[in-house]
Write a protein that binds this ligand. Structure first.
Ligand code: DC
Length: 228
């Protein structure tokens, strides 16, 4: 059986990762994985269990102990805790403030990487995050890095009703010691400050389809009987 394909979409906060990853997944019929939601789920779990998110040892213990399950529902992977999917709870301002702390804990990142790699059992994936092309699936040839200028990203967050210090968030994400946010080697970088989601996802899809076609040609060449 052919190995599932992984499309890695990384980038800064509010650079359009979720919107575009969902569009690409839908267009290709691939499974969508939001890895930020997985980190948010652990932050939420710590907050609701009285665990200090700034205490790396306590967070590590929580991550070893919590009972989770990966489930694929309507083309999206969900991380359930004790059988529950905290879809709304992980989007609060409190969780947004807590999540960079848990995401900086080395044992948490190892746990997340392992779980995220497990998602391949659901089939071809479009996975979005901060370290997918660099750390989770560095072997994939389908790597995209999205960015937009700070003003535009603030405008997008404000349109969602969220006030967030994106510069501080970028700094936390890029300066942590383990798996910091950076442009993966070989990634196609797309600055979409002036682009709509339709235009951005069209660029990604065109690139993916070209690569898939090139792969198919290579495979069929390899299957040709040798000529005299
Ligand atoms: O994309 P988001 O805002 O939902 O991500 C939440 C947090 O998780 C953010 O601080 C970055 C972190 N994160 C990460 O470190 N690695 C990932 N692969 C995804 C998210």
């Amino acid at each position: 059986m052919e190995k599932p394909i992984v499309i890695a979409i990384d980038g800064t906060s509010a650079s359009g990762k979720s919107t575009n990853a969902k569009r690409v997944a839908q267009a290709l019929g691939y499974i969508y994985v939001d890895t930020g939601a997985m980190y948010r789920t652990l932050a939420w779990y710590c907050l609701t269990h009285g665990i200090n998110v700034q205490d790396a040892k306590a967070v590590t213990r929580a991550c070893r102990r919590w009972k989770t399950e990966l489930r694929c529902v309507d083309g999206q992977v969900r991380l359930l805790v004790d059988g529950y999917y905290p879809e709304r709870e992980i989007r609060t301002a409190e969780v947004s403030m807590a999540v960079p702390h848990v995401a900086a804990v080395p044992a948490v990142r190892r746990w997340m990487r392992r779980k995220q790699r497990e998602c391949i059992r659901f089939g071809n994936l479009v996975m979005e995050g901060r370290d997918i092309g660099t750390n989770v699936f560095p072997e994939t040839e389908f790597k995209y890095y999205l960015d937009a200028n700070l003003e535009e990203r603030h405008r997008r967050r404000a349109a969602e009703g969220v006030q967030e210090n994106l510069a501080a968030r970028d700094q936390q994400d890029s300066q942590r010691a383990v798996a910091p946010l950076m442009i993966p080697l070989g990634a196609r970088v797309i600055n979409n400050s002036q682009l709509s989601p339709e235009q951005t996802s069209a660029i990604i899809l065109e690139d993916i389809r070209k690569r898939l076609a090139a792969r198919a040609t290579q495979t069929s060449d390899a299957c040709q009987p040798p000529t005299e």
